[in-house]
Design a protein around this ligand. Structure first.
Ligand SMILES: [Zn+2]
Ligand SMILES: [Zn+2]
Length: 265
């Protein structure tokens, strides 16, 4: 299977990188992880190709911060004609408050009539013929969800998507032996890396797991591969490569998630 990163930044778009959004083609279903500004790439040729022949959209939201939901500003138009299910921590109609506040000039219920908003609860749930495991994360007290997809019946492979998270042993357990770990990382990993006796629990900065934290989690969980995402928007390509090299010292099978660079798992 493949993941096509449509947006890989945290916070805001920069250096040609949109904010968090990943597409996972699965037959007539397109699974989408988060709906940051990367969702707008569905208007581009690569996005149109991804949508060709697709009937269902399964859109999973880690949480509702704008770098993970801003795509909803155009989602009703980008996903026209598809049967859309949005899975989140609440059955919340994303952005439905905004028309009344003057931010969003649409008749919400009409434009989003093909959208079904479903609540994910902690534990295992079956979605069609694949399984999703859900874990609640603290994320500055506002909460977010870690997601683990098992495509065992068809492809014998798994994908864990962990962002806006915290470095804990429960987190390691949740992603144990996953084929691909798509994990957030954040700045300042360099500085922390110079300290002796690195502790997983210390790898938290500003509500995010550091680069070193992501590598430690991948190593302890024996992940098949680590793909770093939720990039710090002030970092250029070179600075991100430095982060990748830092992570590789701990977990050699580390790559950067880069916009439009497909990752197989
Ligand atoms: Zn974020
Ligand atoms: Zn967040």
């Amino acid at each position: 299977m493949n993941v096509i990163p449509l947006g890989t930044n945290g916070f805001f778009p920069s250096f040609g990188r949109e904010t968090m959004c990943f597409a996972v083609p699965y037959g007539k279903t397109l699974i989408i992880l988060d709906a940051g500004t990367g969702l707008y790439r569905l208007a581009e040729p690569i996005g149109k190709k991804l949508l060709t022949g697709v009937e269902n959209i399964h859109l999973f939201l880690s949480h509702y911060h704008l770098d993970h939901t801003f795509g909803f500003y155009g989602a009703f138009n980008l996903l026209k004609g598809k049967k859309i299910t949005v899975f989140g921590s609440r059955p919340k109609k994303v952005f439905s408050e905004l028309p009344a506040l003057g931010y969003f000039p649409v008749k919400y219920d009409r434009q989003f009539s093909d959208f079904n908003f479903k609540q994910l609860t902690a534990g295992k749930q079956e979605v069609d013929d694949y399984a999703v495991f859900v874990k609640k994360q603290y994320h500055r007290g506002e909460g977010s969800l870690a997601l683990r997809f098992e495509f065992i019946s068809k492809y014998k492979t798994s994908l864990a998507y962990v962002t806006d998270s915290e470095p804990t042993q429960e987190g390691v357990k949740f992603v144990k032996n996953t084929t691909l770990l798509l994990h957030e990382h954040w700045f300042n990993g360099n500085d922390l890396g110079r300290e002796k006796g690195i502790r997983l629990e210390d790898q938290l900065i500003d509500g995010h797991v550091t680069t070193i934290g992501a590598a430690l989690i991948a190593k302890e969980a024996k992940a098949g591969k680590l793909c770093l995402a939720h990039h710090y928007p002030f970092y250029n390509a070179k600075q991100l490569e430095n982060q990748r090299e830092l992570a590789r010292k701990i977990f050699p099978k580390t790559e950067l998630a880069l916009d439009l660079s497909m990752v197989s798992f």
